[in-house]
Structure formats: C-alpha cells, structure tokens
Design a protein around this ligand. Sequence first.
Ligand SMILES: Nc1ncnc2c1ncn2[C@@H]1O[C@H](COP(=O)(O)OP(=O)(O)OP(=O)(O)O)[C@@H](O)[C@H]1O
Length: 600
Amino acid sequence: MTHPASEPNPQAMGAAAHRAGDATSAANAANADARAPILATTAVTKTFPGVKALQRVDFRLFPGEIHTLMGQNGAGKSTLINVLTGVVAPDAGTIRLGGEVVAFASPQEAEAAGVRTLYQEVNLCPNLSVAENIFAGRQPRRFGAIDWPAIKRRAQAALARLDVSLDVTRSLDAYPIAVQQMVAIARALSVDARVLILDEPTSSLDDGEVSQLFKILRHLKQSGIAILFVTHFIEQTYAISDRITVMRNGEREGEYLARDLPADQLVAKMVGHERMSARLREAAHEGHVSHEGYESQERQPVRQQTVSATQATEATQPTQPTQTTEATPPTQATQATQATQATQATQATQTTEATPPTHPFIELQGVGRRGTLQPIDLDLQRGQILGLAGLLGSGRTETARLLFGADRTDSGVILIEGRAVKLRSPRDAVRHGIGYCAEDRKKEGIVAELSIRENILLALQARRGWWRKISRQRARELADLWIERLGIKAADAEQPIGLLSGGNQQKALLARWLATDPQLLILDEPTRGIDVAAKFDIMDRLLALCANGLSILFISSEISEVLRVSHRVAVLRDRRKIAEVAGKASNEDNIYRLIAGSGE
Ligand SMILES: Nc1ncnc2c1ncn2[C@@H]1O[C@H](COP(=O)(O)OP(=O)(O)OP(=O)(O)O)[C@@H](O)[C@H]1O
C-alpha cells in the first residue's frame, strides 16, 4: 500500500521515523523503559504438533505507545497475540497485565480485563445497526428492558471519541469496510480498554482510510492506551510505531525503538542475514528497502530489472508443453536453458518496452455483464503481466471472475489463441489453462479441513478429472516440491491447511495454481498477508514464469506493486475500463489521476 502523502517519507525511515507532532509521545516511548509495562510475557512457550510456534518469548508493551510486531510468515506473531488474549494457553511462561500474573482462559476474560483485540476480518454483525454492534451483548437496560435511546446516545459518544460521526441506527453493512473497522474499534473501547491489539487491520483499507485509522490510533495512545499492531507493511510500521518487536522462527529476535532501527536492518532481522536473497540483500544494503522490501528509489519496475542467470535459475520453474503435464522438477540442463531464456527475455523487456505485443493468449472484446462490469476490451499477451488498477469496487475482481467463468458474461466475445470460446464455468476456464488465485482465501480459496497436500493438488486433480486420481506418491512429491519452492512453513504436507499461518495459506493457494502449469494466472491480491521477503521471492518467480510464456493478470490495491510488476496497466473506475497505460505513462501519479477522474 502506498503511503499517505501526509505521512513521513519512508526512505528516511529509522532516524526520522517520528513526526514532529509526535515528539512528546516518542520521548514517552523512549522513556518507557523507566516505567512498568502494562502487558508483558516472560519465557512464553507454545508448541503445536511438529511446530515450535513460540520459544521462551519475552515481550513488553508500555502504556501510551504503539508497538508493532514484525516477522515473516509463520514467525509466531498471531500465536503470541493468541496467547496474550486467551485464545490459546501457553505451554510455559508467564503473562503479566499491570504487573499481575494473569492466565486468561478465553478472549472474553482478556476483554473483561481490558485487553481488546481487533482481528483482520471485522467480526461484527453486518445486519445489526451500528449502535447494536457497539453494545451487542451488553446493552444498557432500564427497568429490565433494553434502553434504546441510551444505546444510541452512548454509541454516538463512543464514535465521537474517535472523531467519527455516523447515523448509528443504520445497519452496519450500509457502511464501507473502513467505517466498519472504526465501529469495531469503538466497540473495543466502549469498555475500559487498557490494551488494544490490531492484527493486520489495514490489509483491506485504502490509503485515505489507513491515514484515518492512524490518526485515531495516535489519538488513543495520547490517552495512555497501549496499542499492539501487527502488519507486513514496513512503511506503515514506521509511520505509526514507537517500538518494534521482531519475531523470527518463534523466537523474539529483538525489541527496538523504531527510530533506532533503519528499515534495511529491520528486514535483515526478520529474515536473518544469512537467508537474505542476493537482491534483497543488495536492496537492503543500499537502503532501498521500502514497504514491499525491494523497491529502488526511482521506483523502477521489476520488469525493467535484469534478472541474473543465477537468480533466474533459482526462480525458474518448469513449464511443460502441454497443459496436462504435471509440473516436475527441472533437470540442470533445462534449468540452464530456462535461465538463459529468462535472462534474455527479461533483458529484452528492459530495452524493448515499447515493442508491440506479438501474441495475445486471451482477448476480451466488449465483454461485460449487466450491473457488474461495463463492456471491456482487454488483451493478455503471452509472457506479460497486465496489471489492473482501481479502487475497491471499481470492477477489478468482477473482471477476474468473468475471465475465470465464475460469473457469466452477457456481452462480447472472449478469444483464446485467436479462437472464440465460452467460459461458462471455472471448469471451462481451467480446461483452457486459466488459474485464479482469489482475493478472499477463506471463502473461495483454501479448504480448511483438507491437508496442505490436498489443497495444493486440488486444481490439478480437478482438471485431470476426479476419476483419474493422482497417485498418492506423486501427490506427495508435488506437494513437497511446491512447499519447498514457495518456502511454505509447515511441519508436514499432511497437516490441515487451516493450521498454517495466514501468509503460508496464501502461498499454498498460489502453489495450487502453479502446480497446474497454467497459461494464464489471475492473481487477485496475491501478496496480501505475505511477508516482505516472500513477496520479493514470489514476484521473482512469477517473472521467471512469464519469461517462459505465462500470462498474468495482476490485481492489487497497492498501485506501487501493480506498477512494479506489470508490463501494462489497465485502469478501472466505476466498473469500466477508463485507460490503459504502459511505459512512461505508468507512474503512480498518473494512475491516481486517472482513478480520480482528472487524468483522462
Ligand atoms: N493451531 C495450530 N496448530 C498447529 N500449528 C499452528 C497452529 N497455529 C499456528 N501454528 C503454526 O505455528 C507457526 C506460527 O504461526 P503464526 O500464525 O503465529 O505465524 P505468523 O507470524 O502470525 O504468520 P503470518 O504472518 O503468516 O500470519 C506456524 O508454523 C503455524 O503453522
């Protein structure tokens, strides 16, 4: 996510991390060590079968500070939060709240003690009113009956505390997700909260909404509330944090004042110096690590960077000539050839950005669906990434769903390799070599009760037909291959996928589609929840696949990310395509102008 203009320049992160207006609270945070932490753990340990999720973790959170928990996928961040909030019990170690040893048996107990948590997905009732949501389960009563005027008044007051004014009698789902989040915060704070924990609260918010949330958090910390924040966005970490705790492999790597920890060092600590890829190390060394971890100061798109032969070899994966062939590990010889091809192709892209595309894999001509998407022309070239930029609700996901046959079109023609086709269902799309990594991994992606292996093999098996079962041994080999390739942190391929950390589930979803050796991969927010180093790695792998002919439709609400990876960018607004940009025109300012309707 790009950073709101009003926030500090992330390139100057570290020493200049604090805004002038925050000087007092920064000083407070720096002096915090002299005070007692409001919430602390000592040697907290939690083991799941085969995984040491937390190993003797010491953690401290001070009143009136914003403290960010950082770490790669599977590092133990959510587990630490779950331990702090009574969701899981630690195997060993102590938790103290306000100096007293506590052992919360449930989140309700933690809440009653003033430790309030806001999860990634807003956990409210969409069909109840805002006021009912804020007071659900603890409505003020008068003479035994629910006191509605009081509920309304107190809900308004709770929101006013956050500088939000809403019609509290309207149902929650009448408001956008960002507002719903404010309501969730108001609910969390409507009882005495001493600690507010936010687990990746910004992943569905746009820049303006992030700014608004941060304003509220700063306001809350001034009132002495301790805030624990979890995010993968480095830029946001520096915009909001006084203190950072870095987790690595279930251990606390260290605790730092944000202003003393430059971003490149933060990434090195998360990843472990020894495990940093060559490019990440270089970017970190040169101080170019930004919120995606690998951005050069000139915002050079990845597509314009040259992939070295070694990097391409690492990143390249096999593409087989026919769709039905399963992905197998490449031989050294094929790897070398692919590496050369990848290098050549990437270098070619660098110098021939303006070269007209030669071979579309798929073309949409006037394709639309009433009420969902205005007729759109779009083509995806072989070996290219087409980015879709637009705000939430602009038609990005709708376009993806039409391309994948998840929704039926009611106008226009779809051509694959020049021949008109009908994509009536996802099954049709898969048959034509199209894969779709959906935005909402819980609803449309993972099947929580199935194993990681079964989840990875799902699309491939569906394409082969369920009657032609992939042998168990082959399935294991393939699953192990993809687990290793994408660095999925799991004890075993047979674990239920629901037990993986969020970022690792996302990687498994990507593996599901890569295992089908697709011709076109639709990626809807593919890096949401994925840590900075893994993002870097995944994008490299996708680029190498593109060099071998894969087409990608890349959707992300982070415009900077779309720009970095895409050869061309189609801009959507109000469910129609309003522009397509490439080359010099594809810069962030221009795209924001187009989205805002002032650049056409
Ligand atoms: N209930 C569980 N059963 C088994 N393993 C679990 C369970 N919960 C977490 N784990 C494992 O513990 C490790 C730490 O997971 P955790 O969710 O705390 O990581 P995280 O740092 O929050 O990752 P992410 O950034 O991907 O959300 C992971 O290997 C995960 O698979």
